[in-house]
Design a protein around this ligand. Structure first.
Ligand SMILES: Nc1ncnc2c1ncn2[C@@H]1O[C@H](COP(=O)(O)OP(=O)(O)O)[C@@H](O)[C@H]1O
Ligand SMILES: [Mg+2]
Length: 406
């Protein structure tokens, strides 16, 4: 696939909602008037006002903005769920506004897969039928579509659940089924509208990581919508920030952070700066602990796979931490047992604490055990992830201060 080749382009797109979208409201919007004023003067809602952007093949392009900023409207012009009031939308060289009926259906089917915030799965059908559904509609023979569905399920790590009912799956897993369904027909483009927004922070970060891993394998073009700047900066190759129907800035995450185009972007950056109130739960990973009852051989294997392991007792409470070097030490010198290798002074944190709260502990260089109010282990935070997160926040703060004081 040639690099830098454009696949989606919006050109001076306006979308006005109301009985006479091409009337006065459009003229007012075209003159640059703010959507609130257009609404006051014409009773029409401006969805998009002079929106232009170009998405390259193979990139993750994120549209970020607050609720009502026009993100969904923008994505819906790409698959022509919305007609536009003015302007043009190009997808792979095709002016989508010229498409209709069967041609439009075929175009959507072949070119794009869609994933939404709400999974829209059939709860009583099993996973594989949900994933293969689009192919079934296209009358793809059964074994062919099941093969394609299994391939997609493998990509999202759900192959073992192919025959489960979707209603048996957690939210994160259901969203992965949604993603597999979009991938099943192997489209060039994925349209993802707030696909992870309903997931809790831990699952959400896992899904972001997974999406990036899948993307590294399949090289789709992904148009991803979110209201979360953290998410946008994390997964986007480029980020387009929208406000009140208008594009405010398009740039790489670094550009957005270090050269916010307007006070508005800087304000967002400041919101991330309230990343000083980023919670432990947002960066914690699964605990990946070992049981205190396991034999020493198993402990040795465990620390090979990952050099620091938290240890839990039968009640699921965190009772210690064992590191690879401790295991090596007792293997050669002391009594080789988990008890002799384990240290019990494990730094702990609550999911609701902030990164600042645990900054000191993170400085010790050991994983921090995240425990619930009963002391049960629910996650772990590695010191590097604290520093990474805070480092990013520093960059954001710097950018913000430059904007304000220069
Ligand atoms: N079908 C519609 N009819 C009227 N107004 C709409 C319609 N869809 C969206 N809007 C308005 O267009 C603006 C942009 O909406 P939307 O694209 O859904 O925002 P976002 O996805 O960023 O939250 C909002 O002011 C919204 O109220
Ligand atoms: Mg929306």
């Amino acid at each position: 696939m040639p690099e830098n080749e454009e696949i989606i382009r919006l050109e001076e797109v306006f979308k006005i909602f109301g009985p006479q979208p091409r009337g006065r409201a459009f003229d007012l919007a075209r003159s640059g008037m703010h959507k609130n004023d257009v609404q006051q003067q014409s009773g029409h809602v401006v969805g998009l006002s002079n929106v232009s952007f170009s998405i390259k093949k193979g990139e993750i392009f994120v549209v970020m903005g607050l609720s009502g900023s026009g993100k969904s409207t923008a994505i819906r012009t790409v698959n022509k769920l919305h007609d536009v009031t003015h302007g043009q939308v190009w997808v792979d060289g095709v002016d989508v506004q010229t498409l209709g009926g069967k041609e439009l259906q075929a175009f959507r089917r072949e070119k794009m897969g869609m994933v939404f915030q709400h999974f829209a799965l059939f709860p009583h059908r099993n996973v594989i039928d949900n994933v293969a559904y689009g192919l079934k509609v296209q009358k793809v023979p059964r074994n062919e579509r099941e093969e394609a569905a299994l391939r997609a399920l493998r990509l999202v790590g759900l192959e073992p659940y192919a025959r489960n009912a979707t209603s048996e799956l957690s939210g994160g897993m259901q969203q992965r089924v949604g993603l597999a369904r979009a991938l099943a027909s192997d489209p060039d483009i994925l349209l993802m509208d707030e696909a992870f927004s309903a997931l809790d922070p831990l699952i959400r970060r896992q899904m972001q990581d997974e999406l990036m891993a899948i993307q590294a394998e399949v090289h789709k073009t992904i148009l991803f919508i979110t209201h979360d700047l953290n998410e946008a900066l994390r997964i986007g190759d480029r980020v387009c920030i929208m406000k009140d129907g208008v594009v405010v800035q398009i740039g790489t995450p670094e550009q957005i952070l270090t050269e916010p185009a307007t006070g508005y972007v800087a304000e967002f950056v400041q919101d991330v700066d309230q990343g000083r109130v980023i919670k432990v739960e947002e960066i914690m990973a699964p605990p990946d602990a070992i049981q205190s009852s396991v034999g020493f051989d198993e402990v040795k294997r465990a620390v090979v796979a990952s050099p620091e392991r938290l240890v839990v007792d039968e009640a699921g409470k965190c009772c210690g931490l064992v590191t690879r070097s401790d295991v090596e030490r007792v293997s050669t010198q002391g009594t080789p047992s988990l008890a002799s290798a384990m240290r019990s002074d494990v730094p702990t944190a609550k999911a609701s604490q902030t990164l600042n709260d645990i900054y000191g502990e993170a400085g010790k260089g050991l994983p921090i055990a995240v425990v619930d109010s009963d002391g049960r282990l629910i996650g772990r935070v590695d010191p590097t992830s604290v520093l990474e997160e805070l480092g990013r926040v520093e960059a954001l703060t710097d950018a913000f201060e430059r904007e304000v004081y220069m």
